[in-house]
Design a protein around this ligand. Structure first.
Ligand code: FAD
Length: 504
């Protein structure tokens, strides 16, 4: 007999959203998490008198109480209240050296077009055409959904021609087709790093949907770090009779003789459920599936996929205010070269990094008279030297941190090092250990080529051939990021609820 209706494995954003929804729907839900706290990436940690945000720079798709977007609605629909704070400057982007630039992009469509026109006179109309492609693609997707995935091809060709023209193309290809000036192209695509795939590989629709989301709503963050989001969802799970077990790593997935999943093993205990929702990446689920013939297609799919990007990060607690130090911005992108491909390829030479100062959005994020900074360098797990010895790891991290901090001091003409009161440095090794992901990927599978999000959505019917097992999170069909993890969590929970309870 099944003890639970649903077991959710992993209390990251996707797992929490799923468990909050299934418990709210009255399903007997158990959430299993290997750590002693929830959240995965969405958490916080303390060093001295500072409480750091470990991951969230900016959350897209939130909106406000008056004008809620997807993420606001997800939290609202389960009854979770969040103290959202907003930032309406999208980013400052600095490219060093000759031919470089230093521009600030504002949120809001007209304000964004104005920022682009200021940076590259004459580009406004082309930028507008590019951005409005997003709305046309949204209309096409709404039509496809209304037709339950079986649209009339003639309607698609004649009414949604722009969608048909750009849905399978990269950002670079679409911008070239629009004859976007080179400088406008690189300023416009600064956010590529948030998806971890350079613009000559990144699907245009995927990028546009993220960019316009930040543009239309601004960026949001919770007042008490992303830990606030995770705790709010835990609260909902408890309020609805759900159970959460911490320090409960799932070491094995249990299967019935017909290959359907029956339960899991956590802490040596066998636990059974009608449905299992995994916030754990498929590779790790399959590695924990012993003595079962997994569907060939699923194993091939997992093996064929590339892992997404990881990061190296530096968290700084400073003994002076942002104003005293001379920090004026919330998000700054710094690059050696304007070209995203070169930024990506030269990432280990300090080619590209992002710096945040949370106090710019939440002034009291750190104690009075102090401030915090957060450096992020997109790198792959495979970028960590293979011959790095454990005894040399600390030096490797310290050298890395010093290189980036000194570079930023030079770029901004400020002194940071003399103000460091607390410092924590993470690398892909840290994320591999904490999240348990292969190569420390923070973005699941790389969304590029045949595995981009448009292809994934088209093939989602066949995404997983193991009955009663669903996947949620940054490794899901929508790709990485907080918003996508929450959205897959909610959408998957709804499908599971429908299967178990019937109805719409
Ligand atoms: C430094 C950094 C900066 C980022 N910045 C942003 C940003 O600004 N905006 C944005 O949208 N996204 C950002 N992201 C990405 C975002 O955090 C992730 O895409 C998203 O949180 C992934 O959520 P997830 O649901 O896949 O869960 P994860 O966070 O991967 O959590 C998975 C959970 O499963 C648990 N688990 C793993 N294995 C087991 C097991 N066997 N048994 C039980 N539990 C297990 C883990 O402990 C973890 O709690 C950033 C990530 C990082 C690391």
């Amino acid at each position: 007999m099944n003890k639970y209706d649903v077991i959710v494995v992993g209390a990251g954003n996707g797992g929490l959203a799923a468990a909050a929804n299934t418990s709210k729907a009255g399903l007997k839900t158990l959430l299993l998490e290997k750590h002693n706290i929830p959240g995965g990436c969405a958490t916080s940690f303390k060093r001295g008198r500072f409480e750091f945000e470990p991951s969230l720079h900016e959350l897209c798709g939130v909106g406000t109480k008056e004008k809620p977007d997807d993420i606001y609605k997800i939290f609202d629909s389960v009854g979770a209240e969040i103290d959202w704070r907003y930032e309406h400057t999208m980013y400052r982007t600095i490219v060093k050296g000759e031919g470089g630039y230093d521009c600030v992009m504002q949120a809001g469509r007209e304000a964004f077009y104005d920022s682009m026109e200021l940076a590259v006179p004459g580009c406004r109309e082309k930028v507008k055409t590019f951005i409005e492609l997003n709305d046309k693609c949204d209309a096409a997707l709404d039509y496809v959904e209304k037709k339950n995935g079986n649209p009339n091809p003639l309607v698609m060709v004649f009414k949604h021609a722009d969608f048909m023209r750009c849905a399978s193309h990269s950002v670079e290809e679409v911008l070239n087709a629009l004859e976007m000036p080179e400088k406008a192209k690189t300023i416009l695509t600064t956010y590529w790093g948030y998806l971890g795939v350079p613009t000559d590989e990144l699907n245009c629709l995927h990028f546009l949907s993220m960019l316009t989301s930040y543009m239309d709503n601004g960026a949001a963050m919770p007042y008490m770090r992303s830990h606030e989001l995770s705790l709010a969802l835990c609260d909902i799970i408890y309020k609805n009779g759900g159970e959460i077990r911490y320090n409960s790593e799932v070491t094995e997935f249990i299967y019935n003789e017909d290959g359907t999943v029956a339960g899991v093993v956590a802490g040596g205990e066998k636990l059974y459920a009608k449905e299992i929702i995994s916030n754990v990446i498929a590779d790790n689920v399959f590695a924990r599936s012993k003595g079962v013939a997994l569907p060939e297609r699923d194993v091939k799919l997992a093996n064929a996929r590339e892992f997404g990007i990881s990061v190296a990060t530096i968290y700084l607690g400073l003994d002076a205010t942002a104003e005293e130090i001379g920090i004026k911005d919330y998000t700054v992108f710094v690059a050696n070269d304007a070209n995203p491909r070169l930024q990506n390829d030269n990432r280990m030479e300090g080619g590209f990094y992002i710096v945040n100062c949370l106090n710019q959005v939440i002034p009291d994020a750190s104690p009075k008279g102090t401030s915090m900074m957060f450096f992020t360098m997109p790198v792959y797990g495979s970028d960590v030297p293979k011959d790095l010895k454990p005894q040399d790891y600390k030096k490797y991290k310290n050298d890395l941190a010093e290189k980036y901090i000194r570079d930023y001091e030079k770029v901004m003409g400020i002194n940071i090092i003399d103000h460091i009161e607390e410092i924590a440095i993470a690398t892909p090794v840290t994320f591999a250990r904490y999240l348990g992901t292969p190569e420390g990927t923070i973005y699941g599978y790389r969304t590029s080529g045949w595995d981009n999000v448009v292809m994934r959505s088209t093939a989602q019917v066949k995404d997983n051939g193991i009955k009663n097992l669903s996947f949620v999170g940054g490794h899901g069909i929508m790709g990485d990021g907080y918003s996508c993890a929450y959205m897959t969590g909610e959408a998957t929970a709804k499908k599971v609820i429908k299967r178990l309870k019937g109805g719409k």
